[in-house]
Design a protein around this ligand. Sequence first.
Ligand SMILES: Nc1ncnc2c1ncn2[C@@H]1O[C@H](COP(=O)(O)OP(=O)(O)OP(=O)(O)O)[C@@H](O)[C@H]1O
Ligand SMILES: [Mg+2]
Length: 365
Amino acid sequence: MHIDLLELNNFRNYEQLQIKPGEGLNLLTGENAQGKTNVLEAIFFCAFGRSHRTSRDKEMQRFETPYTRVQLEVVRKPIPKKIEIRFNEEGRKFIEINGRKITRIPDLLGTLNVIMFSPEDLKVVKETPAVRRRFLDMEISALDKVYYHQLVSYNRVISERNNLFKMRYVDPQVLDVYDEKAASLGAALIQKRMNHLAALNEKAQPIHSEITLERERIEYRYRSTVSLDGDLERALRQALFSMRRHDLEKKGTSIGPHRDDFSMLLNGADARTYGSQGQQRTAILTLKFASLGLIKERTGEFPVLLLDDVLSELDVSRQNFILSRIEGIQTILTMTGYENIEQRLIQGARIFHIRAGTATTEVLG
Ligand SMILES: Nc1ncnc2c1ncn2[C@@H]1O[C@H](COP(=O)(O)OP(=O)(O)OP(=O)(O)O)[C@@H](O)[C@H]1O
Ligand SMILES: [Mg+2]
């Protein structure tokens, strides 16, 4: 699939912007703070209904304007789709696909598939399990709407279960009902996460081997708060039961997929603890390209690849790896300058010079 048109109104530092990306490589170039990342953010917003860098839509609204609108046309099978998202000062958000209003995020997911790779993705390696869970949940939701529903339901059950612990008396029979629901939904989530990681592992191996010249083996491994051998639902139910006293004291649910994690192992060692900066970055790079391959396999089409400022952070061989891998993939890449990139790799690219919320286009001969 590819984006044919993007139009912004009062989005971040853009009063009005219309750009038509090419089907291949697109470079958004310009000095710092001109609006390059803002364009990628707008595209991400159309894919997921939220920003990749904030959970508050309001931050995307251009200062001192009454409303924000993002429109995007995507060419995809079986028919093109037009996505429009608007929100106003009160923060109410309206999403339309081909002029039809949708009310739930799952109905948007999968309309435009994107893989975004930005420096912030290093957080997926470095930071807390919550960041990795969110990454995994978004990845799976884009491919599996049922997963998203299960996740929302599970989170609701856990939050209600936690509320029970705040009451003066907790009826064990009521708790049984919650544990039953949490176990069945939780088991489905864990199973899907493990399946997703297994599929990613299969894709990641050859990619990582190529990038590291066969020096490193990579493996993404699910880490659960419950035993993963045997019947997951039973394991969850038993663990919830045996943790009741503890949970009551803590007024929270201490085990389950909302507490799980996954690790990225490089030659068997956790990249989070033992990896160098470069290794951590490469682990993410591999992860992104593995996801890209997976989306292509599942949907029949490559997603749009958004690369925010990542080339400058990588060595030449990794830059070359990326630029030689994107054939047939619409890629939108931001960088302050492209002088240091091997020219043959960016031949024919469409260039957008971004300056203070405006864009001028040129095609590299
Ligand atoms: N809600 C908003 N209204 C108006 N301007 C905003 C808003 N949010 C951010 N900006 C402006 O957008 C600019 C940053 O845009 P962006 O992050 O896209 O820059 P960039 O071109 O990617 O820069 P860099 O190369 O440093 O990453 C800043 O100047 C910031 O003040
Ligand atoms: Mg930027």
